[in-house]
Design a protein around this ligand. Structure first.
Ligand code: MOS
Length: 709
């Protein structure tokens, strides 16, 4: 019997994840899961002091423990050829086992290698060091006076113009340190295949960048470094660069002349692979009585480590999001005794958007103008920084879609005026933008005698569903059914692709897949027997011509006309909260996120991407905070029991909506990015909703219940 249920076509239709079955059946192998003959196990030992020098380090008991092959410290570590040994540890990535200096609590001081993980873990507990300690600083708030400017200040029009505006807001905002905490721990297995040849199974967002970094560190030809990572269990920026533990594992494998597996423990994930830095911000924003922006002044100071400057675009959003004649921004850093931060989903912009979109909300109440209406009155039709036209911008459509879906018309402008079953109800919105990019990628496309297609490139998939999107593009371009197309990735021997980051992979690699498919179709069209105007029967044409396969390797890059346009993806997030007036508990009642990311290539995985980003934003607003006890400079919640992230019970059904209009400029497939905008603006949408519900404006995240009672 035929089903009577007619399913409406929604954004969630489309191809299911091409690797979904592998993932849910456990057949997808992650870095630590490869069986490598003769493998040994590494466990790191971290410094228990926050600043100073190692005075003594006793590795003897550990070396004598059962199964231990070696204990590597700065005293016995072979020199890493790529480290500049004529200089002390200075500005730059942390040189592991380099000297006796300690820059942060948890800094690796030893690596124990044993024949089992348990034996390595036990032996690691026997390594004892003594230190000469020095005074340290881990508190950004109390060190704002020590900030320095790593970049030039920005000025458009007049500085501090907001001060003379008829209506103005001037407030400070703080986001704490947030840690990516992907499900998959960072892990590497390193095996030397010859004196000058190494293979790594490594958790990374960048196959080719990891190949280059390891080659550089060990002075090898890049082709002598084989990197494998076909599956990555989440990363969010934490695997964008090659970290010291990866170098340490490769080094250790050389020392013990056996493969070494090194899996970071969850606490190490807080000190070894970066985080979103604690950032203080101040915004001054002024408008005319009818809501035209007069000026924005945005200052931000973020934390970095004592050995490396990490910068991100925190204040850029104030230069770019709204049409405003006068904008001045300042960005500063404070060097603290912490490990180096790294990009975390929506890097910079997510931090900046919390301040800017909060300030705009505050302004809307002072002006008594609806927050969406206020944004529309300052809608940027062209890039406010350089005057260029946008390659595409449908943010206005996104506002309408989202407002409709959340039920914005139910919102009361007066805070605290709507209740539901004794809870205070409130609505909030916030949005943002992130640069849309297309870089270079090379794809090999093969069609074989059975009519199947294989696509190959050295990209990774950290979770968004890259393979699914690529198969969708190839199927649409060639007419070959999706189940006959395979996408090979995550292997450095494949043609080059960029690192998966900055929301650019569908645009970049998707375009390369599209170009390769078209080039391959062109080859088929030249075969004798091809009839124009019909669907190509690839298998038949190959058979007719006695060919086993046809293939192309296509290098693809963006056109020069891109420089004439400003290219961004846009998002707006709507949140409805319920706040318990007695306990301060915040429940997310409804969440709607709308993206203008050009044409949607893979609706199901795109929706999943937006939902994940929204959930991260909700975590940022309500829960996430890595806490350092500044008396000791040590993290106190470096585990999943104490560092809270949203779980199912915290999150309602998040609705992901798309404007779904192709960008005609950025690339031939019309798609822009969406990974970053999925999170940018969410935290402000939550705190704005909390204000609408309660009349309490919380400017320091996360909004824990104690801040609301
Ligand atoms: Mo993203 S923060 O570029 O992984």
């Amino acid at each position: 019997m035929e089903s009577k249920i007619i399913k409406k076509t929604t954004a969630e239709d489309g191809l299911s994840r091409v690797d979904g079955r592998l993932k849910v059946t456990g057949k997808a192998k992650y870095s630590a899961e490869y069986k490598v003959a003769g493998v040994t196990y590494g466990v790191m030992v971290g410094s228990i002091v926050t600043k100073g020098v190692i005075k003594t380090i006793d590795t003897k008991p550990a070396e004598k423990a059962p199964g231990v092959l070696t204990v590597i410290t700065y005293l016995n570590a072979p020199a890493i050829p790529g480290y500049q040994t004529d200089k002390p540890q200075q500005k730059g990535s942390l040189k592991i086992f380099y000297d006796n200096k300690i820059y942060f609590n948890g800094q690796p001081i030893a690596l124990v290698i044993a024949d089992t993980f348990e034996r390595a873990l036990f032996a690691a507990s026997l390594v004892k060091a003594t230190y000469d300690t020095e005074a340290f600083q881990t508190n950004l708030k109390s060190n704002l006076n020590n900030a320095f400017a790593p970049r030039k200040d920005y000025l458009r029009g007049q500085a501090d113009a907001y001060k003379s505006a008829p209506v103005k807001v001037e407030e400070e905002y703080i986001i704490p340190t947030e840690v990516h905490n992907p499900m998959e721990l960072h892990a590497i297995i390193a095996r030397w295949d010859a004196d000058d040849k190494v293979t790594v199974w490594d958790k990374t967002q960048g196959i080719k960048s990891t190949q280059r970094s390891i080659a550089q560190a060990f002075k090898l030809p890049p082709d002598n470094v084989q990197v494998t990572a076909p599956f990555v269990g989440g990363a969010f920026g934490a695997a964008l660069r090659t970290w010291p533990h990866e170098i340490a594992a490769v080094l250790a494998a050389k020392v013990v002349k056996r493969p070494v597996k090194l899996v970071l423990g969850r606490p190490d994930m807080f000190t070894s692979v970066g985080y979103r830095p604690y950032t203080w911000q101040k915004i001054g924003i002024g408008a005319t009585a009818d809501g035209k922006l007069v000026g924005i002044t945005h200052e931000a100071t973020g934390q970095t480590s004592a050995y490396e400057d990490f910068t991100e675009g925190v204040v850029n959003i104030s230069q770019l999001l709204y049409a405003c004649p006068n904008v001045d921004t300042k960005y500063k850093l404070v060097s603290l005794n912490v490990n180096t931060p790294t990009p975390m989903r929506g890097p910079g912009e997510a931090t900046g958007a919390f301040a800017l979109e909060s300030a705009l909300d505050e302004l809307s109440y002072l002006l008594n103008i609806d927050p969406i209406e206020l944004r529309m009155r300052n809608y940027a039709e062209t890039d406010p920084d350089n005057g260029k036209p946008y390659s595409s911008k449908f943010l206005g459509d996104a506002y309408k879609l989202g407002a409709d879906r959340i039920g914005w018309s139910e919102r009361a402008q007066k805070p605290g005026s709507v209740t539901k079953d004794g809870w205070l109800a409130g609505y909030g919105m916030g949005g943002g933008l992130f640069g849309a990019h297309r870089s270079n990628a090379t794809v090999k496309a093969i069609i074989t005698a059975d009519g199947n297609m294989v696509l190959q490139t050295a990209v990774t998939d950290i979770g968004p569903g890259t393979g699914t999107a690529m198969v969708s593009i190839a199927s649409e371009t060639t007419g070959i059914p999706a189940n006959k197309i395979r996408f090979d990735l995550g292997d450095s021997s494949l043609p080059p692709s960029p690192t998966q980051g900055g929301s650019a992979i569908v645009s970049t690699v998707g375009s390369a897949v599209h170009d390769a498919c078209n080039e391959l179709i062109g080859k088929f069209k030249l075969l004798p027997g091809y009839t124009a105007g019909t669907n190509i029967d690839y298998a038949q044409l190959l058979k007719q011509n006695n060919l086993q396969q046809l293939d192309v390797t296509t290098a693809s890059k963006g056109g020069e006309e891109q420089g004439k346009y400003s290219m961004y993806s846009w998002s707006v997030h709507f949140i409805k909260v319920l706040v318990n007036p007695a306990t301060g508990v915040v429940k997310i009642d409804k969440a709607v996120s709308v993206a203008d990311s050009g044409k949607i290539i893979s609706p199901k995985t795109a929706a999943s991407q937006i939902k994940g980003g929204s959930i991260m934003g909700i975590g940022m607003a309500l829960m996430e905070e890595a806490v350092i006890d500044h008396r000791y400079g040590r993290l106190v919640n470096n585990n999943f029991a104490d560092y809270h992230v949203p779980v199912q019970a915290d999150i309602p059904q998040v609705e992901a909506l798309f404007v779904n209009k192709a960008d005609q400029v950025i690339n031939p497939i019309g798609a822009k990015g969406m990974g970053e905008i999925a999170t940018i603006g969410v935290a402000a949408a939550v705190t704005n909703a909390i204000y609408n519900a309660t009349g309490k404006r919380i400017r320091e995240l996360p909004v824990t219940p104690d801040k609301l009672i």
